[in-house]
Write a protein that binds this ligand. Structure first.
Ligand code: GDP
Ligand code: MG
Length: 300
């Protein structure tokens, strides 16, 4: 099958400064013995998942559709460059008619059987002003499917990042409010606890897929904050890959087994029994002993 994987020629369409940075980062990954990466792209419909994939690959690899919802299937795009293989998996939007599309999620899961997910891009738009229960449901559905650990391997991508914030709000303020709100919903939806904060430091990356994205003096696509976003996105991918957490292996157990976050719950009654005999009983005994010893109050 390897012979079918196409050369990643799209890199050549990037500004030469961007190309140099990307090849440097691929070199760094290879130094760390990473020569294949599989990136899963998920999120609601119409947020710019497919467009972001095309931007990264540098060609129209998957179809982009402004009005129609995608066919409920995943599409894997594979490209190689300098001994490095990149697989990017596009998925259908997870929301339909106001609910999480369980069937789409099932199709996504099954098509990932025997694959290893190295990175999850959770895509949404920067130019949205509210988060709601649906966002939480999408995150929860992803977590229920792949386990909480996927958020160690995830970051948030916000598209439509070339915007002028409403009410004259400075760009950085708008960005930090929007990303803060989304991060909060992700943490709640994924069931991440406060003490998980260090383990699950989820980065947020801005993206502008429009052909009208501004460029800097060396022809790199830049955002209103001056950041060349393609190198920044790829840098974040390498940081997530090298953060010491495990990739997600999608095996039969993960797909057919119990919800990975519920595993171990059967132990709870055993733990309660254990606590009763070894903790409660011991304390009771200690109190009884104390009472026996001090049958007469010391102040007497
Ligand atoms: P998907 O359903 O999440 O795969 O979203 P698509 O990639 O198909 O994008 C939906 C629509 O949004 C298309 O018309 C895209 O051209 C547009 N779009 C996606 N990303 C951006 C972006 O960063 N900026 C702008 N201006 N439009 C975008
Ligand atoms: Mg799409």
């Amino acid at each position: 099958m390897a012979s079918l994987i196409r050369e990643w020629v799209g890199i050549n369409t990037f500004a030469s400064a961007t190309q140099t940075k990307l090849l440097e980062m691929l070199g760094k990954l290879k130094q760390e013995n990473v020569d294949t990466l599989t990136i899963l792209v998920m999120g609601k419909g119409g947020v710019g998942k497919s467009s972001t994939i095309n931007s990264i690959i540098g060609e129209r690899a998957v179809s982009v559709n402004p009005f129609q919802s995608e066919a409920p299937r995943t599409v894997t795009v594979s490209r190689t460059r300098a001994g490095f293989t990149l697989n990017v998996i596009d998925t259908p939007g997870l929301i339909e008619g106001g609910y999480v599309n369980a069937q789409a999620l099932e199709i996504i899961k099954r098509s990932l059987l025997n694959k290893t997910i190295d990175v999850l891009l959770y895509v949404d738009r920067l130019d949205a002003y509210r988060v709601d229960n649906l966002d939480k449901q999408v995150v929860k559905a992803i977590t229920d499917s792949f386990g909480k650990g996927i958020w160690n391997r995830a970051f948030i991508v916000l598209t439509h990042a070339q915007l002028s914030p409403p009410d004259g709000l400075p760009y950085e303020d708008f960005y930090s409010k929007r990303s803060g709100a989304l991060l909060k919903v992700v943490r709640v939806g994924a069931g991440l606890k406060k003490q998980d904060k260090k383990d699950f430091a989820i980065p947020v990356v801005l993206v502008e897929n429009s052909g009208r994205c501004n460029k800097n003096e060396i022809d790199e696509k830049v955002l209103p904050n001056g950041i060349a976003w393609i190198p920044h996105l790829v840098k974040t991918i390498t940081e997530v890959v090298l953060n010491g957490s495990k990739s997600i292996v999608v095996d039969k157990k993960l797909i057919e087994g119990p919800n990975p976050n519920e595993r171990g719950k059967f132990l709870i009654p055993l733990i309660l029994v254990f606590q009763y005999f070894f903790v409660v009983k011991r304390i009771e005994r200690a109190i009884k002993n104390d009472i026996a010893r001090e049958s007469r109050p010391s102040w007497e």
